[in-house]
Ligand binder design. Structure first.
Ligand SMILES: [Ca+2]
Ligand SMILES: [Ca+2]
Length: 365
């Protein structure tokens, strides 16, 4: 009996010493902010239908969290803080389940927020969080209705690329939260959400023709003609051809064919230039790639040279015989040694035996 009691006492002592050691360690464990999580860490944006999670390295003490945390939204007054006992994180959510598209939310964590073990954060942290846009497939100018005018943003942002939409390739009508592109207006032009503005996006307009949405943040109120002037010359023919593959829902397809026909015919009937043409580079301003297009009435030897404002040669883009017709060359913003050049005004000059044309462009980083 005595021996058994002795064993019990030893065992108890062991447990007590373990608890004392553990609690001393636990109390001294540093308490730090860990991370701000998105469901796609690849991008800075938060999807508008996902909560903002703010993580720490330890369990939180809610009684210190609530009075020491402040948050503000640019567009909404319906933000709430949510915390479940025992978690290492809390969330900022919208009362309605969605943040407003393109909202900016600022969160400040006070230094007195403490862990469940009583260790304070010690320093404050402030985050500015950008909420992404929402796309309605086909309302490419985001003005609230899908109609013929939605063709034109396809032309303006033709071949532009950006983040794919989480529901990539869906053309079903509805609010699709996504990540913002460098140029936010281009986000809406990618109707199918596959990360590039291309011919298939016309099917989003065709399928959803006539549908309407409530516009939270109209991004594009330019009139039809202004938009038309900005489009690439060959885009109309390409999307006209792509319309064949769109489904035959409602009246959209025919309306778009009717709208595009005159544009396509004008392009194809336009007589070819009789002289050498050097088009303005696009995009412009650019960073770092830009395309230079030119037309030759007959095949000839051509050089295209980039030079800077002091007249110094930067790079030869072409120096060879080129065929009759339109040709393109891309400048990637590098010099002869393939080093990126700095922001500023540059010139490009097309030379043939008979003539020389110079145009100006702006590299903007
Ligand atoms: Ca529209
Ligand atoms: Ca697309």
């Amino acid at each position: 009996m005595n021996i058994d009691n002795g064993k019990k006492i030893c065992f108890l002592l062991l447990i007590i010493s373990f608890l004392v050691t553990y609690s001393v360690k636990a109390q001294t464990q540093e308490f730090t902010f860990d991370s701000l999580t998105t469901f796609s860490a690849e991008y800075d944006d938060f999807l508008m239908n996902q909560p903002i999670q703010i993580w720490f390295n330890d369990v939180l003490d809610f009684f210190t969290l609530d009075p020491n945390t402040s948050f503000q939204s640019l567009l909404s007054d319906s933000l709430i803080l949510r915390y479940t006992i025992g978690n290492h994180y809390f969330t900022i959510e919208s009362y309605y389940g969605y943040f407003k598209p393109l909202d900016n939310i600022s969160v400040t964590l006070g230094a007195d927020i403490a862990s469940g073990r009583g260790v304070p954060l010690g320093a404050s942290h402030t985050f500015d969080i950008k909420i992404g846009p929402a796309v309605y497939p086909g309302d490419t100018d985001n003005n609230g209705i899908v109609d013929e005018r939605d063709i034109l943003p396809l032309g303006i942002f033709w071949q532009d690329t950006g983040p794919m939409r989480p529901d990539s390739a869906s053309l079903i009508w509805g609010m699709k939260p996504t990540y913002r592109w460098d140029v936010v207006r281009a986000t809406y032009a990618d109707a199918d959400g596959n990360g590039i503005v291309e011919a298939h996006d016309i099917c989003g307009i065709s399928d959803n023709f006539g549908r309407t949405q409530i516009v939270f943040t109209p991004e594009n109120n330019k009139d039809y003609l202004t938009l038309l002037k900005q489009t690439r010359p060959d885009f109309a023919a390409q999307i006209y051809a792509a319309l064949v593959d769109c489904s035959n829902k409602g009246t959209g397809k025919q309306a778009l064919l009717d709208a595009l026909e005159p544009i396509v015919n004008r392009v194809s009937e336009a007589p070819l230039p009789k002289e050498i043409v050097l088009n303005q580079n696009y995009p412009n301003p650019f960073n770092p790639n830009t395309t230079i297009e030119f037309f030759l009435p007959e095949g000839t030897n051509v050089t295209i040279l980039v030079f800077n404002v002091t007249g110094q040669d930067i790079k030869t883009l072409i120096n060879k015989t080129m065929p009759r017709g339109f040709s393109q060359v891309v400048w990637d913003g590098t010099d002869y040694n393939n080093n990126p050049v700095s922001s500023g005004i540059y010139f490009y000059r097309l030379n043939t035996e008979d003539m020389s044309i110079v145009k100006r462009m702006l590299l903007l980083k």
